[in-house]
Design a protein around this ligand. Structure first.
Ligand code: CUA
Length: 367
């Protein structure tokens, strides 16, 4: 193999060091300034890596390790013991492996073949029984959790119907008559009876801090119940690949007090002011947008194809979490939806700039 080993400073290692500016190719590192610079670069690299790792420990928007709902707590309560069991097994097995590799390595002059244990009944039984017992323990814990999750929601639970389409969410509260899209409001402490169905392909509804995942399947209704336990803003995400804009099929859940929730619902039903309803934007909305989009409290309640736009001005994001809800972004969206969200099914309507501004003003005023 002599001759195939690359000289120092070339090959993969050399290439990597050049990439990170750790040494110059073909230059001897006798130059002390170069060495200093290389040392500094290495330090910076280590610091950057450390920082990156540290940021991983802060507040995470979508983690199951910081539960804020009873169902998320159930899931974490199952995960942690399994994680600990797995960790103990990992340390034991790797420990034995490394110990054996060192202790029983071939030494010079030792040409004997070690004692063969193939067919050792006691060992075979032992390493079948132990994993079986571990799997049994995990299975019992899992079934117990699933039994709790399968219990029917209690009386007084708030029904929220979730309807998934490529690539956005509709949330409907039959009890209140409120329909909204992509941003879900939930009263703290009240049980939520979530009923999900899909309009096209399979999606998966998931707000990691509040509850486990639930498949959203065309033709059937799946149900999940949970109680949001902490006031806050929670990110969610479709977690079943459902086409080109799957990654931009996000949602936000706002857990608020009962009073705030009632205020929000009332606002949704009120509709725009008389002034807004008579604006130029409303006229353009009627002609160009109302066939697909609905706004409660107006005459435009028949559009069913696109997301409900009630309370649009109150929303944080556009395009199911794709961009922030600003007048500029909304104008960009109306001008060319696929430029903001590749794959978006809304067509570009070819509106003139004045009309776009008028519609943006009308929609952003819905609050
Ligand atoms: Cu919907 Cu992925």
């Amino acid at each position: 193999m002599v001759g195939t080993i690359p000289p120092a400073g070339t090959g993969v290692v050399g290439g990597v060091s050049v990439l990170f500016g750790l040494s110059a190719p073909g230059v001897r590192n006798s130059d002390s300034r170069w060495r200093q610079r290389a040392a500094r670069a290495r330090l910076a690299l280590i610091a950057a890596t450390g920082l990156l790792l540290l940021t991983g420990c802060g507040e995470l928007p979508q983690t199951i390790m910081q539960p804020a709902g009873d169902d998320a707590r159930l899931v974490q309560g199952l995960l942690m013991p399994i994680l600990w069991i797995a960790l103990v097994i990992f340390v034991l097995i790797e420990g034995f492996l490394i110990f054996s590799m060192i202790k029983y390595r071939r030494r010079p002059g030792n040409e004997d073949i070690p004692k063969q244990v193939h067919g050792n009944n006691r060992l075979e039984l032992l390493w079948t029984a132990i994993p079986a017992a571990i799997v049994l323990v995990i299975a019992v814990m899992t079934f117990k959790t699933m039994a709790v999750q399968a219990e029917a929601p209690g009386e007084g639970a708030l029904v929220v119907e979730v309807s998934a389409s490529q690539w956005w969410w509709e949330f409907s509260y039959p009890e209140l008559g409120v329909v909204t899209a992509n941003e879900l409001y939930l009263p703290i402490g009240r049980e939520i009876d979530l009923r999900v169905h899909a309009n096209d392909v399979i999606h998966s509804f998931w707000i990691p801090k509040l509850a486990g995942k639930i498949d959203v399947v065309p033709g059937i209704e799946n149900r999940m119940k949970f109680v949001a336990e902490k006031i806050g803003r929670y990110q969610g995400q479709c977690s079943e690949f459902c086409g080109i804009a799957h990654a931009q099929m996000r949602l936000l859940a706002f857990v608020v007090t009962t009073v705030e929730f009632e205020e929000w619902a009332e606002k949704q039903l009120t509709g725009p002011s008389a002034e807004a309803a008579a604006s130029a934007g409303a006229g353009i909305f009627a002609a160009q947008c109302a066939a697909c989009h609905s706004i409660q409290g107006t005459a435009f309640t028949f559009g069913q194809i696109g997301p409900e736009l009630t309370g649009m001005g109150l929303r944080e994001t556009l395009g199911a979490g794709t961009v922030a809800n600003t007048p500029e972004n909304l104008a960009d969206w109306i001008r060319e939806p696929t430029a903001v969200k590749p794959g978006a099914l809304m067509p570009a309507l070819g509106l003139v700039e004045d009309d776009i501004s008028a519609v943006v003003a009308y929609l952003e005023g819905l609050r």
